[in-house]
Design a protein around this ligand. Structure first.
Ligand code: OSB
Ligand code: MG
Length: 378
């Protein structure tokens, strides 16, 4: 259930940070290669403390139409100044009074995240508890990008398993799929394994994708482009492996369509892609009712977005390990302390007795990594 957010403290200031962090390893998918992570951090300042959110947009509009440039535009031109004018007392208040903006879910999500963080802190509970979690940790898995060589991929899988991750996801693309799975399964016959195509496949590759059914995969994520509901349904009909939709699902209507048309058995829920935690919680409830499995995805977030992901993925139905790994897998240094580290249970845990996001942003480091900042006050 979406928690009741009301009686929010007066906003003194809105601050935006466009950060750029080097990635520990370049991340390559069927849509491109990234060596740095760009993200927009939102800080809502009040006398009672700060609320934080993140739009993990990336430098280029590849995963969705959003990029650091568009999210900066939406947040600095519209949402930031408007927050000061509206002074939202509740989420409904914000929804009613903020300027209507079509799309740009990640920019809008960052604001809703920050309001949720403020509200949880005001009530003295962690975000996970605020959302109805019954545990203080999220099951953790890793997502490994395309590697230049197969032996490098095997090495990365081996490292992840040795580190204690509960399952491995590998990226695939046309021409680099069956041969990768042969190699991984040959070396690691029994591990929990999944693949993600990031929309790189087309109708002509349907037969190849059907052959992936033989590799005992936990799921086959988003092989076809976002709008290809029918194609995903055709594939799902022919394989036992559950199809999971990521890029296809931006709204509740999309989730309903996937359910109605049997395009998938699993929905990858990412708060930024569905315009924030309130919608993510609604989608979670819908999936539970419709007996769709939920999976918590990630977008190479900094510690701030990661804290929001851990909170969501602590909800009971998230019982598959999500794409939520420790800070050091992504960045040499993270923007929060303590950094996220893997527990010996293969989970990411939030500090006990934490409030809201339960981690502290490191202001000097954030300023240092900012390529631009903006602020709005009353
Ligand atoms: O498809 O899940 C994806 C990162 C950027 C864009 C899309 C995706 C990803 C990931 C990273 O797979 C998962 C993570 O944050 O660990
Ligand atoms: Mg994906």
């Amino acid at each position: 259930m979406v928690p009741n957010v009301s009686g929010l403290p007066e906003l003194k200031r809105v601050e935006l940070f466009h950060v750029r962090l080097p990635l520990q390893h370049p991340f390559q998918t069927s849509f491109g290669r990234e060596t740095h992570r760009e993200s927009i951090l939102v800080r809502l300042r009040t006398e009672e403390g700060d609320g934080w959110g993140e739009a993990p947009v990336g430098e280029y509009p590849r995963y969705t139409h959003e990029s650091s440039e568009t999210a900066w535009y939406i947040l600095s031109e519209f949402l930031g100044p408007c927050l000061m004018q509206v002074q939202p007392d509740s989420l409904e208040d914000w929804h009613e009074h903020h300027p209507f903006i079509r799309g740009h879910s990640m920019a809008r999500s960052a604001v809703i995240m920050a309001l949720m963080d403020l509200s949880a802190k005001q009530q003295g509970v962690s975000l996970g508890t605020f959302y109805g979690a019954d545990r203080n940790e999220a099951y953790s898995g890793i997502s490994i990008g395309l590697q230049d060589r197969t032996d490098e991929l095997l090495q990365r899988v081996d490292e992840g398993l040795n580190r204690g991750y509960r399952r491995i996801k590998i990226k695939v693309e046309p021409g680099r799929d069956i041969q990768l799975l042969e190699a991984v399964r040959d070396r690691f016959p029994d591990i929990d394994l999944m693949v993600d195509g990031n929309g790189g496949y087309g109708e002509t590759e349907l037969e190849t994708l059907v052959r992936l059914d033989a590799y005992d995969l936990m799921m086959l994520e988003q092989p076809f482009p976002p709008s290809a509901f029918r194609l995903h349904a055709q594939l799902q009909e022919r394989i036992d492996t559950p199809v999971c939709l990521d890029e296809s699902i931006e709204t509740m209507d999309d989730a309903e369509r996937a359910s109605r048309e049997d395009s998938a058995r699993i929905i990858n829920i990412k708060q930024p892609r569905v315009a924030g935690p309130a919608n993510a919680l609604r989608m979670y409830e819908f999936c539970v009712e419709e007996e769709l499995q939920v999976f918590c995805g990630g977008l190479l977030e900094t510690g701030i977005g990661r804290a929001h992901n851990v909170a969501l993925a602590s909800l009971p139905a998230f019982n598959m390990p999500g794409d939520i790994s420790e800070s050091k897998r992504y960045f040499p240094e993270d923007v929060v302390e303590p950094e996220f580290t893997l527990t010996d249970r293969g989970t990411l845990a939030l500090p006990e007795a934490g409030e809201g996001i339960s981690v502290s942003p490191k202001m000097n480091f954030i300023r240092n990594k900012s390529v631009r900042t903006d602020r709005f006050s009353s």
